[in-house]
Design a protein around this ligand. Structure first.
Ligand SMILES: O=C(O)[C@@H](O)[C@H](O)[C@H](O)CO
Ligand SMILES: [Mg+2]
Length: 402
C-alpha cells in the first residue's frame, strides 16, 4: 500500500498570498492543494501544519472519501472557513494524486467530459460609465462571452470591484483599507451603467453584476426589478448571505437571476437556498467548500433543483483551485459559468498550470491529475507579506458589509 509520506505547507506572496499544500506518497507521487483564505491565511497554514499533517502521515492516499470524513467528523467542531479550507487542500491534493496514479486528468475521474470547454466571465470595471464601457469593449474583443460590470459611484468612490492596475487586487494594504459606502447613491447610479452597457453592446453576450453583500433584502428586490430589462445573467451576492431566508424576499419581487455562495463553506450553508429554489447559481468554490469531494456533493444537490454552478474564481484563489474548478466544471451536468480573472505574472512564475483560455472558455490539459506544478524555488523569491481585504463604512462612519 502506498502511504502519505510527506506533507509540506508553503506560504508565499507572488502577486498575492497563497497557501499551498503538497503531499508526497511513498511511491514518490505528489499532489497539490490550495489552502488560501485571503486575509486570514496563516490560520489555515497553522491548521494544516500543526493539526492535520500529523494525522495524514502514513495514511493511504487512495482513500479520499474516508480521509474527508475522518478530518471533518474528527474535528468535532464543524464547518467554518478555516476548517473547510484546510480539508479542501488535503482533498484536492488527494484527487491530484489519484489522477497521476491512474494516468488520467481529474475530470475523467469525475465522470468524464460533459462539455467542450468551460464558459467564463471576466471583470470589466471603470471609475465612471465611459471608462466601464471601454473596458467591456476590451473584454468582448478578447473573446469573452460573459462580462461582469462594476463602476465607481460618483462622488462616493470606494466602490467595490473597480480595478486600479492591470490586475484587480482589493487586498492591497498591510492594514485593512477603509472605503466609503452610500447605498442610495449606488442605487441611483448602478442601474444606469448596466443599461448603458446593453445600449452600446446589445444582448449578444452575458452581463453580470456583483452587489457584494451591500443591500438589504428589500433594496436588493428594488434593484433586481429595476434592472430586469438588462436581462442580467445574474445579480451576485445581493445581501449578506448568513440569512438564507432573506433571499425569498428578493425572489418574490424580481426575475433577475440570483447567485450566491463565494463566502460559504458547506452543503448545509446552501441547503435551503437550493432546496427552496431561492437562487439560480451556487458560487461555492473548491478551496473554501471542502474540496472536490464536498463541492461535487453541493453541485449534485443543486442539479436536483435546476440550480446551476458559478464557482468563485477571483485571483485570491490559487491556480490550483482554478484548475480543480475547471476539471469539475468540465464534468458536471449542471455547469453554469466559471469566474475567471487572469492571475498576476508573478503568480505564473510559481504555479505552472495547464489551464488555457480560448474563445471565452477555459480548457484543462490532458495531463494526469490537476495539471499544475508548484515551483518552491521560485516561491522563495516572493516572501509572505500580510495583506488585508478592505472594510466599508457608511458615510456616517458606521461599518457596512464590504
Ligand atoms: O466575485 C468576486 O470576484 C469578488 O467578490 C471577490 O472574490 C472578492 O472581492 C474577494 O476578493
Ligand atoms: Mg463576488
Amino acid at each position: 500500500m502506498s502511504k502519505i509520506e510527506r506533507a509540506e505547507v508553503f506560504v508565499a506572496s507572488p502577486g498575492r498570498t497563497f497557501v499551498t499544500l503538497r503531499l508526497t506518497t511513498s511511491d514518490g507521487v505528489t499532489g497539490l492543494g490550495d489552502a488560501t483564505l485571503n486575509g486570514r491565511e496563516l490560520a489555515v497554514a497553522s491548521y494544516l501544519q500543526d493539526h492535520l499533517v500529523p494525522l495524514l502521515l502514513g495514511k493511504d492516499p487512495a482513500r479520499i472519501e474516508d480521509i474527508w470524513q475522518y478530518l471533518y467528523r474528527g474535528a468535532y467542531w464543524r464547518r467554518g472557513p478555516v476548517t473547510m479550507t484546510a480539508i479542501a487542500a488535503v482533498d484536492t491534493a488527494l484527487w491530484d494524486i489519484k489522477g497521476k496514479v491512474a494516468g488520467l486528468p481529474v475530470y475523467q475521474l469525475l465522470g468524464g467530459r460533459s462539455r467542450d470547454g468551460v464558459m467564463v466571465y471576466g471583470h470589466a470595471s471603470g471609475t465612471d460609465t465611459a471608462a466601464l464601457l471601454d473596458d467591456v469593449d476590451r473584454f468582448l474583443d478578447l473573446g469573452f462571452k460573459a462580462v461582469r460590470a462594476q463602476a465607481a459611484v460618483p462622488d462616493v468612490g470606494g466602490t467595490y470591484g473597480v480595478r486600479k492596475g492591470k490586475v484587480y487586487e482589493p487586498a492591497a494594504s498591510s492594514l485593512p483599507e477603509e472605503q466609503p459606502w452610500d447605498t442610495e447613491a449606488y442605487l441611483r447610479f448602478a442601474p444606469g451603467y448596466l443599461a448603458a452597457v446593453r445600449e452600446r453592446f446589445g444582448f449578444g453576450f452575458h452581463l453580470l453584476h456583483d452587489v457584494h453583500h451591500r443591500l438589504t433584502p428589500i433594496e436588493a428586490a428594488r434593484f433586481g426589478k429595476q434592472v430586469e430589462d438588462c436581462r442580467l445573467f445574474w445579480m451576485e451576492d445581493p445581501t449578506p448571505v448568513e440569512n438564507q431566508e432573506s433571499f425569498r424576499i428578493v425572489r418574490q419581487h424580481t426575475t433577475t437571476p440570483l447567485a450566491v455562495g463565494e463566502v460559504l463553506n458547506s452543503i448545509w450553508d446552501v441547503q435551503h437556498l437550493i432546496t427552496e429554489q431561492l437562487i439560480d447559481y451556487v458560487r461555492t468554490s473548491v478551496v473554501h467548500a471542502g474540496g472536490l469531494t464536498h463541492l461535487r456533493r453541493i453541485f449534485d444537490l443543486a442539479a436536483l433543483y435546476q440550480v446551476r454552478t458559478g464557482s468563485h474564481g477571483a485571483t485570491d484563489l490559487s491556480p490550483v483551485t482554478l484548475a480543480a474548478a475547471v476539471h469539475l466544471d468540465t464534468a458536471v451536468p449542471n455547469f453554469g459559468i466559471q469566474e475567471y480573472m487572469a492571475h498576476a505574472d508573478e503568480t505564473g512564475e510559481v504555479f505552472r498550470s495547464g489551464v488555457t483560455f480560448a474563445d471565452g472558455m477555459l480548457h484543462v490539459s490532458e495531463e494526469p491529475g490537476l495539471g499544475v506544478e508548484y515551483d518552491e524555488k521560485a516561491a522563495e523569491r516572493f516572501p509572505y507579506q500580510a495583506r488585508y481585504l478592505p472594510v466599508a463604512r457608511r458615510l456616517d462612519g458606521s461599518v457596512h458589509d464590504w
